[in-house]
Design a protein around this ligand. Structure first.
Ligand code: TRP
Length: 342
């Protein structure tokens, strides 16, 4: 009996030295859990990162890779690579651009949001960003794409493009991927404004916990986190967003159920909740920081992982790209050379 091939997963985060505890708990920690069940490809999406500038790009790429590893992603089981080392991403992105409509990209809420803040010179890369993301996913024939809610629209576009090319070329060139938004995954919110997602682009840095934050800074940010004027410690996203966020963070790190945490806080005050949260978060961050520092001290090791990952990724990506090139009708150089000789 032939074994059923495992479903494939692809995801990526941009290299930045501002990885937040939200990225870690909401994305990376989930990826670690997925690696046993799926055939996983995790990219450091450096081509995406230059849309907003290339400051610190090299260091940030190593930092992102070190963070993946420190979080527990196993390079023996997953393909870890830097997007720019696999040239097929840029190539497929161009091809997909020719099948994407301006209107579709203009409708992207992330483009509308970011371009409105970009001033007079909006890079065309910001506009085309979702097409490159579609290329990332489609090249690997990924079945599932773990992303946050904010990327759902980009994934919809990816599906539309996959279907459009499959239809136009009358060939099943691409698998149509599904978003994988885990139901129980932690969605960590801003500490100051717990109604918005914790993100490095939030207005106040005070509401955002970074993996590079010091213990003091973590303690200060959590101590000042917005709660409410009530006293009850209960998980209720509508009425008690701040308190719920502190519970969610603790639950995601400790692995305890929210209900158990709630039960343990009967009769306790917010001071207790915050003190526990500070302890749990800073212990986790400290451990990660130590691992990241050790990994960053060994660049040749990180390079070897990227090399191996890129090699593996290229082989898969080239197969898809070659099929697309041929379906479009580009003349394949080898085939014609042979004809000339005979
Ligand atoms: N756009 C994603 C983000 O900002 C990052 C990303 C790029 C990505 N390519 C991807 C995520 C492919 C999943 C799959 O979060």
């Amino acid at each position: 009996m032939t074994p059923v091939p495992r479903q494939r997963i692809l995801s990526g985060i941009q290299p930045t030295n501002h990885i937040t505890i939200g990225n870690y708990l909401g994305a990376l920690k989930n990826w670690v859990a997925l690696q046993d069940r799926f055939d996983c490809y995790f990219a450091v999406v450096d081509l995406h990162a230059i849309v907003t500038g290339r400051q610190g790009l090299t260091d940030n790429t190593y930092y992102a890779l070190a963070t993946y590893l420190a979080a527990g992603i196993n390079p023996e089981r997953c393909c870890l690579f830097a997007q720019s080392q696999v040239s097929q991403h840029a190539e497929l992105a161009w091809l997909l651009n020719c099948y994407t409509y301006m209107g579709e990209l203009q409708r992207m809420t992330q483009f509308k949001d970011k371009s409105s803040k970009a001033g007079r010179n909006i890079p065309a890369g910001l506009f085309n960003y979702p097409v490159l993301m579609a290329a990332d996913i489609l090249l690997y024939q990924a079945n599932l794409v773990p992303v946050g809610e904010d990327q759902r629209q980009h994934l919809e576009l990816t599906r539309t493009l996959a279907q459009r090319l499959n239809k136009t070329m009358a060939k099943p060139l691409f698998i149509v991927p599904d978003a994988y938004i885990p139901k129980v995954g932690a969605r960590i919110m801003d500490l100051r404004n717990p109604k918005i997602k914790m993100s490095k682009s939030n207005p106040s840095p005070e509401g955002v916990l970074y993996l590079h934050d010091s213990k003091d800074s973590i303690a200060q940010k959590i101590r000042r986190a917005t709660t409410d004027s009530d006293t009850e410690i209960r998980y209720d996203l509508e009425q008690k967003a701040g308190v719920s966020n502190l519970l969610a963070m603790q639950a995601a790190i400790s692995g305890k159920a929210i209900a158990d945490l709630e039960a343990g806080y009967q009769g306790q005050n917010y001071g207790r909740l915050k003190a526990d949260c500070i302890e749990v978060v800073s212990a986790e961050v400290l451990q990660l920081q130590q691992r990241i520092t050790a990994l960053l001290a060994d660049r040749p090791y990180l390079q070897s992982i990227m090399n191996k990952g890129a090699e593996q990724a290229r082989a898969v990506a080239q197969k898809t790209l070659a099929a697309v090139n041929s379906a479009i009708g580009f003349v394949s150089p080898c085939a014609d050379d042979k004809k000339d000789i005979s």
